[in-house]
Design a protein around this ligand. Structure first.
Ligand code: ITT
Ligand code: MG
Length: 203
């Protein structure tokens, strides 16, 4: 069985690859990144993680004719009323003076929190996974995971992607960018959402 993985994010794809190698090796399930099938990015016009994940999965199904699994994720910072949230990937914009991309997003986040004490820097990663059997699937399957932490005062660590250098994980005492990929894949929002999927999924 072939499933298209509806994400263009190289960091997510690396994590999924490792998670699937562990779980799907025996099941004859082949996960193909959408970029290998000529699927371009869908416009994320939803107002929630679940809406955006459905948009991405539906788009990948429509283009490929295959079932699709999409991930919409992001970082919620309490001191910023939940921002950047669903806008995490496009938090920094060239007109802010930060540029765009992961480094710019991290720089903008540090600037937004510059007067905020450690106790007030609580945050969490959210991940919503949506599985759709076809583009008109009326019952998308939705799985969710979150990961509690807080935002550091300066980046740490060299692994991971996105906001990992700024995300302090209390249960490990370090930034998520300082975790091995195996350890992050045991603890993360994405790992938890995937555990839910593995328990309840109807392919
Ligand atoms: O939509 P796709 O193609 O999957 O790729 P994307 O990077 O645009 O993905 P999202 O729209 O879901 O945005 C997710 C944002 O949250 C960040 N993010 C999500 N999971 C993360 C993780 O495990 N570690 C660090 N940052 C993460 C990521 O860097 C993005 O800025
Ligand atoms: Mg995106």
């Amino acid at each position: 069985m072939k499933i298209v993985l509806a994400s263009g994010n190289a960091g997510k794809l690396r994590e999924f690859r490792a998670l699937f190698d562990t779980h799907f090796a025996q099941q004859h399930i082949e996960m193909l990144p959408q970029t290998e099938l000529g699927v371009t990015e869908a416009e994320e016009t939803g107002l929630s993680f679940v809406e955006n994940a459905i948009i991405k999965a539906r788009h990948a199904c429509a283009v490929t004719g295959l079932p699709a699994l999409a991930d919409d994720s992001g970082l919620e910072v309490d001191a910023l009323a939940g921002a950047p949230g669903i806008y995490s990937a496009r938090y920094a914009q060239p007109q802010d003076g930060f540029g765009s991309g992961d480094a710019a997003n991290n720089a903008k986040l540090l600037a937004a929190l510059q007067d905020i004490t450690d106790e007030q820097r609580s945050a969490r990663f959210q991940c919503v996974l949506v599985y759709m059997r076809h583009a008109n699937d009326p019952t998308p399957q939705v799985f969710q995971g979150s990961w509690e932490g807080r935002i550091l005062q300066a980046p740490e660590g060299t692994d991971g992607f996105g906001y990992d250098p700024l995300f302090y994980v209390p249960e490990t005492g370090c930034a998520s960018a300082s975790l091995s990929k195996e350890r992050k894949n045991q603890l993360s929002h994405r790992a938890k959402a995937l555990q839910q999927l593995l328990q309840h999924w109807r392919p």
